[in-house]
Design a protein around this ligand. Sequence first.
Ligand code: FAD
Length: 555
Amino acid sequence: MNLFAGISRLPLLERLTERTYDLLVIGGGVTGAGIALDAAARGMRVALVEQQDFAAGTSSRSTKLIHGGLRYLKQLEIKLVQEVGSERAIVHRLAPHLVIAEPMLLPLVEGGTYGRLATSFGLWVYDVLAGVRTEDRRRMLSRTDTLHQEPLLREPGLLGGGLYAEYRTDDARLTVEILKTASSFGADCINYLRAAEFVYTDGRISGVRCEDRLLGGTHTIQARQVVSAAGPWVDELRKLNQSMNRKRLHLTKGVHIVVPRTRMPLRQSVYFDMPDGRMIFAIPRGRTTYIGTTDTDYQGDPARPRTELPDVAYLLDGANRMFPSVQLTLADVESSWAGLRPLIHEEGKSASELSRKDEIFVSESGLISIAGGKLTGYRKMAERVVNRVAQRLGGTWERCRTAQITLCGGEFSGRDEISALIRQTAERLSPCGMGEPEAAHLVHTFGTQTDLILDRFFAEGNLSPRGLVLAELWFCMEYEMTHTALDFFNRRTGRVYFDIHSVRQWQDTVLAAMARALGWGPDRSARERGELEQALHEASVFPEQVPQAARETAH
Ligand code: FAD
């Protein structure tokens, strides 16, 4: 039975309560997903619980770059640059349809963060540390070449530029594919199940009592070892376990805004200076360009960071200074997201100065917590945590082998095969009035699993854009534990951020199909509609200030 099907919740819950696991992971973001895959692949019996949807925390709200972290070089965090740099080549190999090369332009401006010599040297060191292939190594550009590369750049004060290698991804899709791969190695992963209380035997954690947020009720899962990969909630669980020490989390909020590509027709991604000395990205993606991020202290509810008006104003101002012919206004911002960085607090340091390094805490009762880190480094973080788990469990376990495990949907030999699948998909869709844009969306979202969606599409016989959305939805419910319309429109397909109009276009279709498939009554359907509309509102309407949320420090 496919336990990743949304409809398999009851058998999965039964199984979770019947077994004793070697490892229970709390948190279905990229960190928890990576740990579940690593441990399951080494032969451990693994369970993972996520209180919301998979990736609904920080792992759907990042800048979506698998990157070597140029800014860490500035902070002289050489080991971190080296590790994430080499990791991105590995993650690209494991999911080449989802982790795509994205050359980044760094304009050099008068009074900017980086001078020409320092940039040239810095990017060279970066390439060497990150093990970048010769053909992708940095190129220093003259002023004329920089403007040719990106004609929208501000001309006065422009000195030249550096072009270097980065990768773009979809963080939530990456997380879901890692979880599905973990499931293929036997891990039992479930969303909407909240770890509410630890269960102790002789002073040591022996399980977790969980609340079912979909069906109601509680379930106890027994495990020999528990890892908390709860991101911004790590301290909440450490408090529950009474194991806080001198170190604590420091949450900082990062906002991105999305504008139509037609309003900001960048030729390529740019990493540029802000007047306050910070740097932000502008990244074209499909029919949009997204701009971010801010970095400000946060004390509100970790589940609901909001984009506020000052965040939007800050990003618009930065973009309009660097790309003066564009002159974006609030009316151009069609969507946005706000995420929380779970950083480790350091006395006297501001949000932007805090290290992005990960750290592991082990409590006396045996709770292993991991905090900090990057999307890019998820595999290495997982390796370190699972090594600890193996040590504590005793016995012999295989070594980490996730560098060789292709993620679900990523079974391509290289770029040419991905292009070929996009071409074939476009050809199959062309008699139905669709083509390259739909094909590229499917292949970059689902990889080789696109064929399953197309087979369903043709089998159902509704050969229209509506039929294609329904086939996508079917796949996400059948293979990706999709329980709500927001799971589908946000974490499974990225539409809330990058194609918000299509959510409005298809919401009735999707809600009706989900109600039919999952047996929702009128109350549940109304609740689902309300939650979806609330999410669309929060993504596109910006309050001056959300009560309780921290005010800006770094702007
Ligand atoms: P999360 O994704 O937050 O996952 C933790 C999960 O635990 C949550 O889903 C939560 O619901 C769950 N949970 C909590 N408590 C419980 C409980 N009691 N029971 C069950 N589940 C629970 N990194 C990069 O490499 N590249 C980037 O471009 C990049 N950009 C970033 C931009 C921003 C604005 C931010 C905020 C971060 C960025 N990062 C980036 C960092 C990266 O996004 C994070 O390091 C990563 O997503 C953290 O993943 P996580 O799994 O640790 O946390």
